[in-house]
Ligand binder design. Structure first.
Ligand SMILES: Cc1ncc(COP(=O)(O)O)c(C=O)c1O
Length: 389
């Protein structure tokens, strides 16, 4: 009977220590081919948003297919420069004088979120030299987030992101703003990407003509099954030829979707109306988006409740009652020691994890294309203690 696992992972499974996040290098390579194709065919730049995925051990595989990284602040910008190289972009809802000063030594593209911030810091960017580019994030008033409702929609009512349409004429255009930035998507297929590009062309043409580049943000789910790459390529080409500007995309999830796993072990089975399996992986600590979005992650070889004869609730080994990953059914009963493999676990997983309850952090590991399993980082007590004292 099929286990639903990729053969290389199945072979590595019995010997690996859990919990472990495992990057599937073959799948990542395929995802990178998509990025390379978009860059080449659309003539645009593609950056990795390190807020979504930041595993330097994988950067050598990604570097040639991308133009650099985009950061959410000082530490990510430094990581991008030190570990990835190439271009470093940064957007933060607000900068202080001192972070801005440090960022000017790390990043070459700095995006501001408000009229006040860009007025205050544009002179420093200009003084730092011609290699430094200043961008302004605007709120395009275009919603296409496919999950999480308002929680993941940067254009939701009263969103704090981006200069609103009404304030655009207050921007210091004459002082040289290089880039317009819009981030409005979340796990969006091509209709979202193309919709945003067309919306910008239709509604913001007079402002686009004042800059050299437009950054269409992240949320382009370019490696998700069903994403129409040709439609994206043609929309970007059309936009570039209409306005004569450069185009930048900065996806995170779309570059690493379906390219990694979180492997867990069943520790115990308890019963309360239903069988409940306690795992060494936790929703609360290791896959916080399961609770935050919320969503139920795919579990390889299992199905939703009631499909197969043995249904279990899966929960973490913490004190939090709501630390529940989901309900799944299996063809055979679970028992302590069984390995479970959650799919699509690279984006917004290990970058957001925590040690609540002193819960150990999963290994960071690579499954190489020749089947070799490499642990990049193992965490221990010192990592827990180091954040407390
Ligand atoms: C400004 C910005 N750029 C890029 C991204 C990456 O988005 P995603 O991982 O959905 O592609 C985000 C995500 O929140 C973002 O806020």
């Amino acid at each position: 009977m099929s286990t639903g696992l990729p053969p290389l992972l199945e072979a590595a499974l019995p010997s690996l220590t859990t919990p472990a996040y495992v990057a599937d290098m073959a799948a990542l390579r395929k995802n990178m081919e998509t990025a390379a194709r978009i860059r080449e065919q659309a003539g645009c730049r593609v950056l990795l948003a390190t807020k979504s995925f930041a595993l330097p051990a994988v950067f050598p595989l990604m570097r040639d297919s991308l133009d650099g990284t985009t950061a959410s602040g000082l530490f990510e910008a430094r990581l991008g420069l030190e570990e990835f190289g190439k271009e470093v972009h940064v957007f933060s809802p607000a900068y202080t004088e001192s972070t801005l000063r440090e960022l000017l030594c790390l990043a070459d593209h700095l995006y501001f979120n408000s009229v006040d911030q860009i007025r205050r810091f544009l002179p420093a960017v200009r003084t730092a030299g011609p290699g430094k580019k200043a961008g302004i994030r605007i709120n395009p008033g275009f919603s296409n987030a496919t999950l999480g409702g308002h929680l993941y929609d940067p254009c939701s009512p009263r969103s704090r992101f981006g200069v609103t349409r009404a304030a655009l004429d207050e921007l210091p255009w004459d002082d040289g703003i290089d880039i317009l930035h819009v981030h409005a998507l979340c796990e969006s297929l091509a209709d979202g990407s193309v919709g945003l590009i067309s919306h910008m062309a239709r509604e913001f043409g007079e402002y686009i003509r004042r800059v050299r580049a437009v950054n269409f943000g992240g949320g382009h789910f370019i490696n998700k099954k069903g994403y129409d790459l040709d439609a994206l390529v043609s929309a970007i080409r059309g936009f570039r030829s209409e306005f004569g500007v450069e185009v930048i995309l900065e996806p995170g999830s779309g570059l690493v979707v379906d390219a990694g796993y979180l492997v867990a072990t069943v520790l115990d089975i308890v019963h309360n109306e239903r069988p409940i399996a306690i795992l060494d992986a936790s929703a609360s600590c290791h896959m916080p988006d399961v609770l935050e979005v919320p969503y139920t992650p795919p579990l390889l070889g299992a199905s939703g409740p009631g499909v197969h004869p043995h249904t279990y609730i899966l929960g973490g080994n913490t004190c939090m009652t709501g630390d529940i990953i989901g309900e799944y059914s299996f063809t055979a009963p679970l028992k302590p020691g069984d390995r479970l493999v959650f799919g699509d676990m690279l984006q917004y997983s290990f970058v957001k994890n925590n040690t609540f309850n002193g819960t150990p952090l999963p290994d960071l590991a690579l499954l190489h294309e020749d089947g070799r399993y490499e642990i990049v980082r193992r965490f221990g007590y010192e990592d827990f203690k180091g954040r407390l004292c």
